[in-house]
Design a protein around this ligand. Sequence first.
Ligand SMILES: Cc1ncc(C[n+]2csc(CCOP(=O)(O)OP(=O)(O)O)c2C)c(N)n1
Ligand SMILES: [Mg+2]
Length: 893
Amino acid sequence: MPQIEADGLEVLETREWVDSLDYVLSKGGGPNRAGRLLQQLALHARREAGINLPFTATTPYQNTIAVGQQPPFPGSQEMERRIKSLVRWNALAMVVRANKMQEGIGGHISTFASAATLYEVAFNHFFRAQTETGDRDVVYFQGHAAPGIYSRAYLEGRIAIEKLQNFRRELKPGGGLSSYPHPWLMPDFWEFPTVSMGLGPIQAIYHARFIKYLENRGLKQTTGGKVWAFLGDGEMDEPESLGSITLASRERLDNLIFVVNCNLQRLDGPVRGNGKIIQELEAIFRGAGWNVIKVIWGTDWDNLIKNDRDGLLVKRLGEVSDGQYQKYFVESGSYFRQNLFGSDPRLLKMVEHLSDDQLARMRLGGHDPIKVHAAYKAAMEHTGAPTIVPAKTIKGYGLGEAGEGKNITHQQKKLNEDELQMFRSRFGIPIPDDELHEAPFYRPSDDSAEIKYMQAQRQQLGGYMPQRKVRATPLKSVPQSYFEEFHKGTEGREVSTTMVFVRLLAKLLRDPELGKLIVPIIPDEARTFGMEALFRQVGIYSNVGQLYEPVDMDTLLYYKEAKDGQILEEGITEAGSMCSFIAAGTAYANHGINTIPFFIYYSMFGFQRIGDLIWAAADMRCRGFLIGGTAGRTTLAGEGLQHQDGHSHVLALPVPNLLAYDPAFAYEIGIIIQEGIKRMYVDQESIFYYLTVTNEPLPMPEIPKDANIREGVLKGLYRFKASQQKDAKVRAQLLGSGTIMYEALKAQQVLEEKYNVATDVWSVTSYKELYRNANDCERWNMLHPADPAKIPYVTQTLKDAQGPFIAVSDYMKVLPESLSKWVPGQLVSLGTDGFGRSESRVALRDFFEVDAKHIVLAALGALAREKKIGTDVVQRAIKELGINPEKANPAIS
Ligand SMILES: Cc1ncc(C[n+]2csc(CCOP(=O)(O)OP(=O)(O)O)c2C)c(N)n1
Ligand SMILES: [Mg+2]
């Protein structure tokens, strides 16, 4: 048979099958029946002829929702188009004006220009604001779309024009608007900082999960509130964006919706020039068990696709790469016709009734409110799994020659008069030509149809968004009785500070008021920290309970999962755990619930691994306790270079509202946590805490009988053990922290007994607090030269102590050295700069020169420099102490 004839037959045969399917669809059982029929066919084909359908993670390159399934659009499309144009204009004007007034101040036009429809449909029909009684939607706005969000708030009448004029000029009198979402800077407006890409999506997932947790534990009643995350397609390359998506499906987070603005571009160029980002996302998310609703083509395409009976067009649309699609956005209609449809005469025929102009204006799905609305509605109604809506758009939509679809568009911030004119006319903004050069803002009066419509829509949805409001009422102070045990000490019994912390946590969990608010978060390290007793005491949260009989059921501390379990056992994800910490630590504002997170982790895998999330937590005014376990470069024996943390306290320095403590004793931990709960949850301060705890068993002393100990612990320094030798001539001061405190205490004895140096030992609980206080005083003194100078706490506290001062910790030397100018005397800093080693504590402390003998040597050396003893004493000591002066420098070996 000639080939043409065979082809023709095949076409006929295909048609017959398609017609039969259409019949079942329309006259028979509908889509469900048709679906079952196809499955049966596939089964039959496999059984009878071993035909295996090729695996495909993707569906054809067309909208997931068929035209026939689209709901009617619930509002006035024309009115919403006019409102959207106003939002577009003011967003653009904001950036253009800011850069006219201050060259180089920056800002982004093209992100929002591509996403305007995606946001406006949600603002008018979906985003539910918090009301006094109801549930709420939580929205993560894409950081670079901020101008559009400000612009809408201006039209809603809740941001003054002066603020708009001061976009990116926050220090102007009266304040301005921050470049991106920052709750720290705009605490009544923004809720979530999203501009460090990838942090939004992972936080949204854990936030949605945390809402289910609150619900399952009876702390919150939900009525269908959703967590929306608006994301860039380029942003999806961040590991954090994709890293936790299976958690979302595993936990059946049908309260979660990702909207990915697939404008096919990132900053430098195409996201997937040679591929297709929408198809790639579909495959990944379908594979992970998400509901995927692709929004690719606008209504203009409906007829073409409907008439594409043989699937030729959809096949062709699926062949073209994203880089080529981007080219179509900037090219003429005739180029589009020839390049896309010209590959097959049958395709050309399909569009012969359309002019080049019409072809060029065929709208994409992400710019079509009907398609976007249909997708959101389906997402809202989907149960049992999270939804992702990848929506195809054009970056810089509406900018025309000024940047629409161009590779430079992300950086475009200036428009010349012609370009402004074109944009103005395209979106019908009533600004006369002669005013255009100023790019003036435009807001119709309050009683205009547009403003009334947008206000009414928001009112119906509960109010404005975004809006940040602290809704939780302050807690009562925690009873002192919980902490007294820790003040007594252990009478020689050796316990680690981790055990102390866990004991305190277990006690707090039993408190009838406070207990239920505590959220223990652990990334698979509970046994490392000796916390497994909590498994049984409060249970491990699971959205489905426990569907199996745990292997250790017959033991007292079995692995108990429960729907109302309290522990968030996150598995091995510090980033995910940190997101839970943030969700719990910001629930006082987001959900009006004072949950108190305690996130305990391997301290090495904290700041240096997830520092950006900690920074975001700080921005968000997050509360709670980060507990760095197995901390200290020499205290964690054996584990070696990648585990031994000697720098997390240095990395904690940059976070402005974080208090960092390196406690040595049980009572210090008690005092710090008691104060932390008070300051964060009773006094409602926007601070959070970092505490390092260690696993070295040591005898915990009783709290010294000095009225000022409490203040000293909290401010960072107090005298723990004074020398008994009142009349000694030669004196030294030792400043110890964490477990290295015990080395300082040993050194004190040696110095006094062997070298006749009367020695006091001080406990430094927080170098960061001391540093902050000293800087604060210094700054005040600079600005108030005529007033009596303020004296830093560290100087004041040490003023009567006779130096030298030897500071030793399990962290880098820079920590004590940061105080050197405020310590009243010579300061010598011992610390653990360098790579860790697999070794015993004793060997490590010798290697890093932080053990008792090196402290003694440092003290004697300092005394010799002050000519209080001779260098011969120091030389003799080196021999007596068994120190090898030629040993390698740990800082660089
Ligand atoms: C972690 C991080 N890296 C880099 C940047 C700088 N940056 C800002 S926007 C951008 C491109 C964004 O592309 P996309 O996610 O596609 O968003 P679009 O503007 O196209 O909507 C980049 C690289 C950032 N903000 N965060
Ligand atoms: Mg993009």
